[in-house]
Design a protein around this ligand. Structure first.
Ligand SMILES: [Zn+2]
Length: 468
């Protein structure tokens, strides 16, 4: 029975020994805890700061059918009249070439490539692709990819409401409930980047090539409102701006007319007549209330909007129009300025840069394959108030990849969809982390990443997350 005593003693000594160290250990423990907290906080702020998983939505254009009557099958549902204001826009077609088929075919290919960048994706495979573009070290980044719609094959034979899966704007379903269109769906995913994929039918030779489609910034639209309200008399502000190359619906009227028409539409919801006054018969609705997001007018807005009262954002007399609500506050925010103004291209903001950069990567890949053509070029953007670039809170690369009526575009579609998709995927990767390309082809990508930190609002929110 000696042992226990010794043991006790032993423990006593050990305890004493430990007690002697306790002060030190305690300090060390506190140090460890503090450093762990510091490290954790630092890491989590770094993680938030660097957007560790980038969310990308691929948005292949169209998919539904332009069936009439539009009252039943259309898009742009207006709760004031409880009617669709637009026929569904099914996209371009030329002979057997349908825009909605090839936009989806490209999106699927890009999706497969970007899945290599998912947290459990095969980065080595993506790295092999990157080696074709750059001899510089590349970074492992993480991307979660979504697609904004399913395939469009014969949906009109299956669905009672064939355009339900494809509408851009919210609508009332056959069950009488409000359903979300694609813009609301895209915003619900809180993407950092949305890549909208389109083809057009034909255009003037000026638009030969691939081009961006951008929404003009608030500053230039507001000047147009002042012009229509009579507080600015001179048109020079428009011609001297970087946005003077405005999209014209037809050549019968000037670029300035179409600009003013879009300004009136953007603010009041009405088109203008030839004399630049509001056309009371051409109401096109309040688009910002046709989607679900943080910038809707408060419930009950439709009740007062119906009467278009003066000195409100519903006035039908443009002189009495006031751009004052959640949407116009959003429009004047610094984040919308980042998205739509200035930036690497000198105008058009991150939207134009993202679009042009993706196009440059596509062109780079085509050139590297030895493909040459006079239409293989970056063309100037279509500038207007387009629905998708305007009503999503993400950086939007909205791209017309060519013109179905032109043989070159059909050659690309027939033989090079994989090459186009690869250029898009590498372009997307580069927008998040930068890729310095090796070869100097025409329209060489800038290879600069977009600074997403400027979209951070506070510790836990950024512009992409607050949209809804
Ligand atoms: Zn299209």
């Amino acid at each position: 029975m000696v042992t226990p005593c010794i043991v006790v003693k032993f423990f006593g000594r050990v305890l004493k020994y430990r007690m002697a160290w306790a002060g030190c250990l305690k300090k060390f423990a506190i140090y460890l805890v503090v450093s762990a907290i510091t490290l954790f906080t630092f890491q989590s702020s770094v993680i938030q700061f660097e957007f560790p998983i980038y969310r990308v939505v691929l948005d292949p254009g169209h998919g539904g059918k332009a069936i009439i009557p539009k009252d039943e099958y259309g898009d742009r549902f207006d709760v004031l009249s409880m009617k669709y204001l637009d026929t569904y826009r099914e996209g371009a077609s030329y002979k057997d070439y349908y825009e909605h088929i090839y936009t989806y075919a490209i999106a699927q290919r890009v999706e497969a490539l970007l899945q290599l960048l998912s947290p459990d994706g095969n980065f080595e495979k993506f790295n092999t692709i990157l080696q074709k573009y750059t001899d510089k070290p590349v970074k492992r980044i993480y991307i979660k990819v979504f697609i904004s719609r399913g395939p469009s094959l014969n949906s009109h034979l299956i669905h009672k409401d064939p355009n339900a899966p494809y509408r851009l704007f919210d609508f009332i379903g056959s069950d009488g409930m409000r359903k979300e269109g694609r813009i609301s769906y895209i915003n619900s995913l809180h993407p950092h980047l949305v890549v909208s994929i389109h083809f057009a039918l034909h255009s003037s030779p000026y638009f030969r090539g691939m081009n961006a489609v951008i929404a003009a910034p608030y500053s230039i639209l507001y000047k147009g409102l002042q012009y229509l309200q009579g507080t600015i008399a001179d048109r020079s502000f428009f011609y001297n701006s970087k946005y003077a190359d405005w999209f014209t619906e037809n050549e019968h009227k000037s670029g300035f007319y179409w600009y003013c028409n879009d300004v009136a539409l953007y603010f009041t919801g009405y088109r203008i007549k030839d004399d630049y006054t509001i056309d009371a018969n051409a109401f096109r609705g309040y688009r910002y209330n046709m989607v679900q997001w943080a910038y809707n007018d408060p419930p009950g807005w439709a009740h007062s909007a119906k009467h278009h009262p003066p000195h409100t954002p519903y006035a039908d007399n443009i002189k009495e129009f006031i751009p004052q609500n959640a949407f116009f506050a959003r429009e004047q925010s610094i984040y919308e300025q980042y998205r739509r103004d200035g930036g690497f291209e000198g105008y058009g903001g991150d939207n134009l840069y993202a679009s042009n950069e993706i196009i440059r990567f596509v062109l780079y890949n085509l050139y590297s394959k030895g493909i040459r053509h006079k239409d293989q070029r970056l063309a100037p953007p279509y500038i207007s108030i387009w629905s998708v670039p305007l009503h999503i809170n993400a950086i939007n690369a909205f791209i017309e990849f060519g013109y179905l009526a032109r043989p070159y575009t059909r050659t690309i579609i027939n033989n090079h969809l994989d090459d186009v998709a690869e250029g898009i995927a590498v372009g997307i990767y580069s927008l998040f982390t930068g890729v310095e390309v090796t070869k100097k082809y025409p329209f060489t990508p800038y290879g600069k990443k977009i600074d997403l930190d400027k979209y951070r609002i506070d510790k836990s929110n950024d512009y992409f997350s607050i949209v809804r």
